[in-house]
Design a protein around this ligand. Structure first.
Ligand SMILES: Cc1cc2nc3c(=O)[nH]c(=O)nc-3n(C[C@H](O)[C@H](O)[C@H](O)COP(=O)(O)O)c2cc1C
Length: 365
C-alpha cells in the first residue's frame, strides 16, 4: 500500500513538475501528438502502471447495461480518436473507455489552428471537426489491440452527416465493442444538427434499431448550444433537448451521455468558433443530470460528462442520477492519476454514508 501511494505521488509530481510543463510549451495539437506517441512507446510497462492506477475494490463494481464495470469512471470520446492507445488507456484505472469519434471514411477535419488551451480555467477549446483515420483502419487497430479491449468495457463513438453513414458505421463496428455511442452533438460539424430535428432523429434510430445487438448511447449537446443571455431562449433549448430525449426513449435508446463541449465563438481558431470543455462545464452538467434523471426515470444509463475534475463532483453527479461519470480535459490538466483519485474518493464516500457498494447505492436511488 505504502509503495503504491509513494509511486502515485511520484507519477503525479513527474507529470505536474516536468511532463506537463514541457507539453504546455507546445501547440496543443502537437502536444496531443507527443502524448499519443509516448503512450505507444514499447518500453513503458503499462501493466505495472495499471497495477498502481487501478483501484481494485468490488465495492466500486457498477451495473452498466447488462454488465458490471470495475468502477463508474470512464474515459470520454475524443482522447483516443483512432483507437490507438488501448494498451495504455486500459491501464489508467477507468471502468470503461470510449474510443472515437470515428467517421465512415478517412477525413482530415477542420483547418488549423483548431485547438487551444485556456490555462487559467483548466479548459480547452477545439474546432477539430472529426479528424479520423476512417473505419477500415480503425478496425485494424481494434483487431491489433483486441486483447486489451477484452479487459475493459469498450464503447465506440460514431457519427455521420446522413442516416446511411451512421447506420453503416454501426453495422461495421458492432462486433468489436460493448456499446456504441452516437454523437449528434459536436458543435464543430454543422450538418450534425439535422439530428436535432425530432423526425430525423426518429428515422435514424428506426434504421439503427434494425441492426441493434449492442446498447445504443446518444451523446447530447449541452443546454446552452449557443451564446444566449436571455433566459427564455435557455428554456427553449431545454425543451428542445427534452423533446429529443423523449424521442430516444420511444426508440428504445439504452443510455445518454450528457453532454458534449459547449459552443463558443473565438477568433483564435480558424473556424471562428469552437467547443469549450473542462471545468467551466461542471455546473451545466450537474443541472442536466438532475433534469434528465427526473425526466427519464430509473433505468436508462446516464453518463455525466463535462467539467469533472474531482471525486466530490463525481459523487454529487452519481447521487443526482448519473450512472457513471466520464472525463477528458482533466486528464490533460491533472494527469493519469485522476481516475485513481476519483475512485478512492468514491470508496471513502461509500464508507462514510454506510453504503456497502455501488450496486446498493444505485438500488437506493
Ligand atoms: C480535443 C477534444 C476532442 C474531442 N473530440 C471528441 C470526439 O471526437 N467525439 C466526442 O463525442 N466528443 C469529443 N470531445 C468532447 C469530450 O468527449 C467531452 O464531451 C468534453 O470534452 C467534455 O468533457 P470534459 O470537460 O471532461 O473534457 C472532445 C473534446 C476535446 C477537448
Amino acid at each position: 500500500m505504502l509503495f503504491k501511494n509513494i509511486s502515485l505521488i511520484i507519477i503525479d509530481l513527474a507529470y505536474h513538475i516536468f511532463i506537463k510543463q514541457i507539453l504546455f510549451l507546445f501547440d496543443p495539437e502537437f502536444a496531443q501528438k507527443i502524448i499519443g506517441r509516448s503512450l505507444n512507446l514499447p518500453f513503458i510497462p503499462w501493466k505495472s502502471v495499471g497495477y498502481l492506477l487501478n483501484v481494485e475494490d468490488g465495492k466500486l463494481f457498477t451495473p452498466y447495461f447488462d454488465f458490471y464495470i470495475a468502477n463508474p469512471v470512464g474515459l470520454a470520446a475524443g482522447f483516443d480518436k483512432d483507437s490507438d492507445y488501448l494498451p495504455a488507456t486500459t491501464n489508467f484505472g477507468f471502468g470503461y473507455i470510449t474510443v472515437g469519434t470515428v467517421t465512415l471514411k478517412k477525413q482530415s477535419g477542420n483547418e488549423k489552428p483548431r485547438l487551444y488551451r485556456l490555462r487559467k480555467d483548466s479548459s480547452l477549446i477545439n474546432s477539430l471537426g472529426f479528424p479520423s483515420i476512417g473505419i477500415d483502419d480503425f478496425i485494424i487497430n481494434l483487431k491489433k489491440y483486441k486483447e486489451y479491449a477484452k479487459t475493459t468495457f469498450l464503447t465506440i463513438s460514431i457519427t455521420g452527416v446522413s442516416i446511411e453513414q451512421i447506420v453503416d458505421s454501426y453495422k461495421l463496428l458492432n462486433p468489436y465493442c460493448d456499446a456504441i455511442e452516437i454523437n449528434i452533438s459536436s458543435p464543430n460539424t454543422n450538418q450534425l444538427k439535422i439530428f436535432h430535428d425530432k423526425k430525423q432523429l426518429l428515422n435514424l434510430l428506426n434504421e439503427v434499431n434494425k441492426y441493434k445487438t449492442t446498447p445504443i448511447i446518444i451523446k447530447l449537446p449541452p443546454y446552452l448550444t449557443s451564446q444566449i443571455n436571455d433566459s427564455s431562449h435557455l428554456l427553449d433549448e431545454k425543451e428542445n433537448i427534452l423533446t429529443l430525449i423523449e424521442q430516444c426513449l420511444n426508440s428504445k435508446v439504452d443510455g445518454f451521455t450528457i453532454s458534449n463541449s459547449r459552443p463558443i465563438p473565438t477568433k483564435r481558431l480558424e473556424a471562428g468558433k469552437g467547443g469549450i470543455t473542462g471545468k467551466v462545464l461542471y455546473e451545466g452538467t450537474l443541472e442536466m443530470v438532475q433534469d434528465l434523471r427526473l425526466f427519464i426515470g430509473k433505468d436508462p444509463v446516464i453518463n455525466a460528462c463535462g467539467g469533472i475534475t474531482n471525486g466530490s463532483q463525481a459523487w454529487d453527479l452519481i447521487n443526482c442520477g448519473a450512472t457513471t461519470v466520464q472525463l477528458y480535459t482533466s486528464l490533460i490538466y491533472s494527469g493519469i492519476t485522476i481516475p485513481n483519485k476519483i475512485n478512492k474518493y468514491l470508496l471513502k464516500k461509500l464508507q462514510h454514508h454506510d453504503v456497502n457498494n455501488f450496486v446498493d447505492l444505485m438500488k437506493n436511488d
